[in-house]
Design a protein around this ligand. Structure first.
Ligand code: PXP
Length: 253
């Protein structure tokens, strides 16, 4: 399979986390999004959580108005979020599980056990022209269910792989990576577009970027953290370099 260019979606949620820590107007996540756009991001991802702990409604309004590149609107499967998405009709929506007490999106969406509800939930979003993505663990039954409900895209949750790597549990990391690879291949064989993300860093990005079926990575926390030291364009440029290198046939192992 020819390895096309891998898209980099930059998640700017944690610029808003810093802003909200002081209840101030800065740093502005929309400014970060425009800077990322200028620096070559292929898309911007923002997660409007039920508790608005980082991105707020007016951030979404401003992102929709300001961006030239696609917005990937991450949201829980709730009527409130569906109404917001239908009002804005972003390029993409990514349906994620959400628990109030979690620090971040801890696992993938349980699609298999709520297939009918989710099929009804995403139908109007698809009809409105949004590309619907479902954030799931690398699990065959979830991939099959995402396909059955009519999603166009799955985003594979890379958190378990990244956690195992950073904790030094390399056997677990390799097992997680094998699972991700297998599910990327399986989803692609069903005609789903495959994305991946969560927890990716300079150390962990290359093996996932090398999967030929993966078309887009969504990366936030690490890039925004690294931007404190290097600035956002340089933080992104290094990620871009590692992604491109991983797909370069001349440097494949
Ligand atoms: N993809 C999805 C669906 C997510 O929920 C998140 C976290 O908001 C990310 C990607 C980005 O993860 P991280 O911020 O750890 O890079």
């Amino acid at each position: 399979m020819a390895l096309g260019k891998l898209r980099l979606g930059v998640n700017i949620d944690h610029v808003a986390t810093v802003r909200n820590a002081r209840g101030s107007a800065y740093p502005d996540p929309v400014r970060a999004a425009l800077m990322a756009q200028e620096a070559g991001a292929d898309g911007i991802t923002a997660h409007l959580r039920e508790d608005r702990r980082h991105i707020g409604d007016s951030d979404i309004d401003r992102l929709v108005a300001a961006l030239r590149i696609p917005l990937n609107f991450e949201m829980a499967a709730t009527p409130e979020m569906q109404a917001i998405a239908l009002r804005h009709r972003p390029h993409a929506v990514c349906i994620v599980p959400e628990k109030r007490e979690e620090r971040t999106t801890e696992g993938g969406l349980e699609v298999a056990r709520q297939e009918n509800q989710l099929a009804h939930f995403i139908a109007p979003l698809r009809d409105a022209g949004c590309r619907v993505s479902i954030f799931i663990a690398a699990d065959r039954s979830q991939v099959e269910a995402a396909h059955r409900i009519g999603a166009q895209v799955i985003e594979l949750h890379t958190g378990a792989y990244c956690d195992a790597h950073h904790d030094g549990h390399f056997a677990d990391r390799d097992a997680e990576l094998a699972r991700l690879r297998e599910m990327a291949e399986f989803a692609d064989s069903l005609g789903l577009e495959v994305h991946a993300g969560h927890g990716l860093t300079y150390e962990t990005v290359a093996p996932v970027a090398a999967f030929p079926q993966v078309k887009e990575l969504n990366i936030g926390h690490f890039l925004i953290g690294e931007a404190i030291f290097r600035g956002l364009p340089a933080s992104m440029a290094e990620m871009r370099r590692l992604m491109d290198e991983a797909r370069d046939p001349r440097v494949q192992p």
